[in-house]
Design a protein around this ligand. Sequence first.
Ligand SMILES: [Zn+2]
Length: 265
Amino acid sequence: MEQDPIQNEKKVSRKAISKKLRFEVFKRDAFTCQYCGMSAPDAILHVDHINPVAAGGQNEVLNLVTSCVSCNLGKGARTLSDSTVVKKQLDQMKAISLRQEQLAMMAEWRNSMVGLEENAIKSIADYINRNLRSSEFKISDTYLSDIRNMLRRYSVEDIYSAIDKSVMTYLKDTSTQSVDAFLYYIPRICYWQKLERENPMIAQVNRIVGLASKRWYHCNRQSLHRDILTYHEKHGLSLDLISANVMNSTGIMQFNDSMAEVIDA
Ligand SMILES: [Zn+2]
């Protein structure tokens, strides 16, 4: 690059490298002298011009390199002859710009994911509202955040299928339909579907407990759950048999008595 001689003259009275630029160079070079490999705090570091100021070198990040005091003094005002340092610096610059590019790509990717999520929320909300078209009700902003939470735990397909199931149970029969129940059970059906897929045994135990709590006057769900697991896992009794005994009992005492008979038999 041709320099205007007068301007060049001015530049020789070296312009201070800003603190910010110095920090950028140190960070890029990992606070290590690029000539000898000494690093802070063992070495006092300077920022060195690869192409000296006297030769028209500028305070640009590409013309600056981290140097310890002794390397910096030893080099004097000579142009750096070791081209490997320049190459190393260029490689580092490439690595940095690659990393910056990747960060930018990652940010873009994250934004597009947010966009996808917003789209999914909107289409699920539309689907729910379409199922509610006979009522005046439209889902609230609070329910939109419920949908967002569902999307973090369950797939879009699972959510649609839960909506369909909830429609069948709570909306189809106009004499008993309940919009509140319809909405309330969508995330719960999602949970049951997932449990059914991932742990069918526990899902069946839950169903038996649900059955008991509907049929019995009083039912301690937690202790019944524990008892059923014991009968099934410790005594090897089938869940179908356990379920039949729940159906034939009026409460936990009768149920446990009938199970004791089975075990003793
Ligand atoms: Zn050094």
